[in-house]
Design a protein around this ligand. Structure first.
Ligand SMILES: [Zn+2]
Length: 162
């Protein structure tokens, strides 16, 4: 491995503290979901979190992979990071494959519940919305702020998609 590649791999990773935050949020994995492996073992359903290069704070969830930019790993405080990860984990749990205003608000609500259940403060992390762009797929920040702050601190009985 070249020195440049090593430095890049060192930068593009979650810190041990961030790994712990993500583990607390995903906890036992998606409720009522188990992965059965060919060797007869099984695993809870949890997304894989990877870090990609990027100077803007962005989280993205597709299928079983959550991608966070390097900026998201470096620039967020603990509660902001927890709320971002929880939002993306919520997309995974809810089986979202595309971004729509309804999907974003559902992920905001479930994500706030997941972050709060894990011991983080959605109210303290909500400043992460300063990085959120509104548009065709994402609701306005004040609408998202209300959805997050109104979410109860428990994971609601929702129908999970996977
Ligand atoms: Zn989203």
């Amino acid at each position: 491995m070249s020195l440049a590649a090593f430095l890049l791999s060192a930068v593009l990773a979650l810190s041990p503290q961030q790994v712990e935050v993500a583990a607390r949020i995903t906890a036992d994995g998606q409720p009522e979901c188990t992965l059965y492996l060919p060797d007869q073992t099984s695993l809870p359903c949890r997304p894989v979190i990877t870090v990609i290069a990027g100077a803007r704070v962005i989280g993205h969830s597709s299928g079983e992979v959550i991608r966070l930019t390097g900026a998201a790993v470096r620039r967020l405080n603990r509660d902001e990071f927890a709320l971002l990860v929880a939002h993306e984990v919520a997309h995974y749990y809810l089986g979202h494959t595309a971004s729509t205003p309804a999907a974003e608000l559902a992920a905001d609500r479930l994500g706030a519940a997941l972050a709060c259940r894990a011991g983080f403060s959605p109210a303290a992390g909500i400043s992460v919305l300063r990085f959120a762009a509104a548009g065709r797929t994402h609701p306005r920040r004040d609408v998202r702020r209300m959805a997050i702050l109104a979410a109860p601190c428990r994971v609601p009985a929702v129908t999970f998609a996977r």
